[in-house]
Design a protein. Structure first.
Lengths: 115, 136
């Protein structure tokens, strides 16, 4: 599977990192309240880019995403979830400030065979 | 001791395959009028339990029957999974019922809370690796 990273406008010097993560989420009853628990059970860096000089043209980068063979598929029920996502992390080189954004991915059984 | 037991031909099945097994009756106990085999998945782990029945098989046992084969078509999803806080496990469950008893109102609710499973056998659907195996 291929993904495209697009970012418009001028880019200051940044380090970009993209990882593929699997997260388990559970909702459970604790007395009279419902609590939620989340745990990232798999995370793998899949692509990175270092922009050392200010960049004026739009960023358009293709990269491949590979789900590990035998990995669990996405799952959702009333109180339990298994979710996959691409995590985009960007670090401003001048200040060290970081931010990130998640992009959900739906993994179906046999997805590794189609990568 | 329960008067009815379950045996599966194998402990691991492929998605969409036909699950095969046997219901075995205790010869010393009276026959139920209806035997029901239920195929279901359950979540286990930190969250509240979710459960879904994905297949059923019914049978009226005869007086001389000691074992009856059954088959149930398995679904494609979800696959068995041994996660960290979420686990998906598949079970074949057997329970007996008296025929002709229509469950209504409170009895239906009671049956939902206490389904009266007499014997349960776990099996694996598919081959999903645990998270710690993916990191290796």
């Amino acid at each position: 599977m291929q993904a495209c990273l697009c970012q418009q406008g001028t880019l200051p010097p940044v380090a970009i990192r993209i990882s593929l993560a699997c997260e388990e989420k559970a909702a459970y009853t604790d007395g009279t309240v419902t609590r939620h628990s989340e745990q990232v059970v798999y995370s793998q860096d899949i692509w990175s880019l270092l922009i050392e000089d200010r960049r004026h043209e739009q960023l358009n980068e293709l990269f491949s995403v590979q789900v590990p063979p035998g990995a669990v598929h996405s799952f959702a029920s009333a109180h339990n979830w298994i979710t996959w996502k691409l995590v985009f992390q960007e670090e401003l080189l001048s200040t060290g400030n970081r931010w990130s954004r998640d992009f959900p991915v739906v993994v179906v059984p046999g997805a590794e065979a189609r990568t | 001791m329960s008067g009815v037991q379950l045996e599966l031909d194998q402990t691991s099945w492929e998605p969409g395959e036909v699950l095969r097994g046997r219901v075995i009756f205790d010869p010393d106990q009276a026959r139920a009028e209806v035997v029901e085999v239920v195929i279901c998945w359950r979540t286990e782990g930190k969250g509240d339990e979710d459960r879904e029945v994905c297949g059923r098989w019914f049978h009226r046992p005869g007086q001389n029957e000691n074992a009856v084969p059954f088959t149930v078509q398995l679904p494609m999803l979800p696959l068995s999974y041994e996660g960290v806080i979420v686990k998906i496990r598949w079970y074949a469950e057997v329970r007996t019922r008296q025929d002709g008893v229509e469950l209504t109102g409170l009895l239906k609710l009671l049956e939902r809370i206490l389904p009266g499973t007499e014997h349960r056998v776990a099996f694996q659907l598919g081959h999903v690796r645990a998270p710690e195996e993916l990191q290796e």
